[in-house]
Design a binder for this molecule. Structure first.
Ligand SMILES: [Zn+2]
Length: 318
């Protein structure tokens, strides 16, 4: 394992950023009384599953998976052979029980392996936006969940999901109005005619927090949603780490959103030579201009963020 980003303070003591001198854990602890109760370690792994998202979160109390990657690899614009990367990665991590499976939205590159995860592992609860979909993986997931008696929980902006050990996932999108509207539109073809109703914009977006450490998890939410979040939440969006929206596509990571979140690092999950040209060069340029360090699974393999509730560290497989 290669260490690529050493401990950076997860909070600001004075008006200045503590990029330098934060290796001193004593001073960090002394300045963060509010996190004294945070115990243990939070681990977030952006798994290398090719083109798609799959993020494994372990809090010590719970194992949580956000999205499952695709069922098949994309090759030359078409879906090719079976993508077994997710199940292999979960096996490598000795995951047999998933306390919470969070599905951001009903696109194959996020829920392609969800039917298998539900069928083959012990999934206790599925958390999603509650919006119906004709997507075949979505329907199969719900069928398998019903067969195995898995609890289904619908979340919208304002819901806080307790992940144990003082780790929380605060949902900030979609809001109830969008869910109600989109629940009347079922097919992807119809959704394409309504930009706001496009499945990407239905993504469950949330802030993962542990002590003073925060990570923004965006699904594939695009600029329209980002703009609404900036307006609604403003400075509350600040997070040290960002899971880049929509695989680093230029449809997400708007300047206003990045300036509100102010991440030190952006983690991008994308597959090599993908047909969508993710991540987009203009997004990478924006990260660079704003001093955001990008990490992409294409070059780094699985990317791991660990935090003790005060500091965080990013390491990668390659
Ligand atoms: Zn996607």
């Amino acid at each position: 394992m290669k260490r690529i980003f050493l401990v950076v303070c997860a909070f600001v003591i004075t008006a200045g950023l503590l990029l330098a001198g934060c290796g001193n854990k004593d001073s960090a602890q002394g300045s963060a009384g509010s996190v004294a109760s945070a115990q243990g370690q939070l681990t977030v792994k952006v798994l290398d599953v090719g083109q798609g998202d799959a993020i494994l979160i372990r809090t010590g109390a719970q194992t949580v998976l956000i999205d499952t990657g695709d069922a098949k690899f994309y090759e030359d614009g078409k879906k090719g052979q079976e993508n077994n990367l997710l199940m292999a990665a979960l096996q490598k991590e000795n995951v047999t029980v998933i306390d919470k499976l969070i599905l951001t939205h009903a696109h194959a590159d996020h829920i392609g392996r969800a039917p298998d995860v539900v069928e083959q592992l012990n999934v206790k609860e599925i958390i999603y936006n509650g919006i119906p979909s004709t997507n075949k993986y979505f329907r199969q997931t719900l069928k398998n969940a019903k067969d195995k008696g898995v609890q289904l929980t619908k979340v919208t902006a304002g819901t806080t999901v307790d992940l144990g050990n003082n780790v929380k996932f605060e949902v900030i999108s979609p809001d109830e109005a969008l869910v109600n509207k989109d629940s009347k539109i079922l097919t992807d073809a119809d959704k394409k005619n309504d930009k706001q109703a496009e499945a990407n914009n239905e993504s469950v977006v949330g802030i993962l927090s542990f002590g003073s450490f925060k990570m923004m998890l965006t699904g594939d939410a695009e600029k329209e949603i980002e703009a609404g979040l900036v307006q609604k939440y403003g400075k509350s969006l600040e997070c040290q780490v960002l899971k880049a929206g929509h695989h680093g596509s230029k449809t997400s990571s708007s300047e206003a959103f990045l300036k509100a979140v102010k991440p030190k690092a952006a983690l991008i999950s994308a597959g090599a030579n993908n047909q969508y040209h993710h991540p987009h060069p203009s997004t990478m340029k924006m990260y660079s201009a704003l001093g955001i360090m990008p990490y992409c699974t294409i070059e780094k393999g699985t990317i791991t963020v660990t935090s003790d509730g005060k500091n965080f560290e990013i390491t990668s497989e390659k």
